[in-house]
Design a protein around this ligand. Structure first.
Ligand SMILES: NC(=O)c1ccc[n+]([C@@H]2O[C@H](COP(=O)([O-])OP(=O)(O)OC[C@H]3O[C@@H](n4cnc5c(N)ncnc54)[C@H](OP(=O)(O)O)[C@@H]3O)[C@@H](O)[C@H]2O)c1
Length: 203
């Protein structure tokens, strides 16, 4: 695939996680639109560092991308997604963890998974949980390891969206591992068996 054929990537949030992912995305040739709460002008320096494949926009503009990366703190999710008028069909990588507030405690959602909670705030979006299990500083590193690649776990209910996200993850040098539907996302949550687990899949 040539760079001009590549899907476009948008980010909602431009902090540790989003920057870690888009660093790889721009290197792989994707056009990335970054957004945060403070507006495009606040992103001039970061866009300059990322180079010609990066630009800044509003949240609504970033949400027009083929793949939208949601990477804001848990308590900011409702506010961050509310100005997007139509989520229908959008592919959203949910990189959030339900880990919130000054007390940094796991938010109790009962039987609901974090991505199920977030999907309800983005009606019609095709949500794929990914990248939330990896510490951002590790995501930012070269995913190649001796004889293998760093694993990015995926969970979501839309098979086509997962195929697209898997290809995106793979193209940046990570090894995508599909865990199943949104329910399986509970395995990836903070406190779950895969939360914070960094895994290398041998080639
Ligand atoms: N840090 C990690 O190692 C790690 C690893 C895996 C998953 N996670 C999860 O990933 C998420 C992001 O973590 P992070 O460490 O990247 O956080 P972060 O560095 O604090 O960045 C948060 C970003 O969210 C933006 N934001 C806040 N409110 C917003 C709004 N209303 N609209 C648009 N953007 C908004 C902020 O922009 P402004 O500054 O303009 O407000 C900022 O760019 C969290 O849910 C976290 O639990 C973190």
């Amino acid at each position: 695939m040539s760079s001009s054929d590549r899907l476009t990537i948008g980010t909602i949030g431009t902090g540790n996680v989003a920057q870690a992912i888009v660093g790889h995305a721009v290197t792989a040739g994707y056009q990335v639109v970054l957004s945060n709460s403070r507006g495009p002008e606040s992103l001039t320096e970061l866009v300059g560092q990322l180079g010609a494949n990066a630009s800044a926009g509003t949240v609504a503009e970033a949400a027009q991308a083929d793949i939208v990366i949601l990477a804001v703190n848990w308590d900011k999710v409702p506010d961050a997604v509310k100005d997007v008028s139509d989520w229908n069909g959008r592919i959203v990588i949910d990189a959030t963890n339900q880990w919130g507030g000054p007390g940094t405690e796991i938010v109790d959602l009962g039987d609901q998974t974090g991505s199920e909670h977030n999907a309800a705030l983005m009606p019609g979006a095709r949500v794929v949980k990914a990248f939330n299990t990896i510490v951002a500083g590790v995501t930012a590193q070269n995913p190649s390891r001796t004889n293998g690649r760093l694993v990015v776990f995926l969970a979501g209910d839309d098979p086509d969206a997962k195929t697209t996200v898997s290809a995106f993850v793979d193209s940046m040098g990570f090894s995508p591992v599909d865990l199943g539907g949104a329910r399986e996302g509970r395995l990836m949550q903070v406190g779950g068996p895969l939360g914070g687990l960094h895994v290398v899949k041998l080639a």
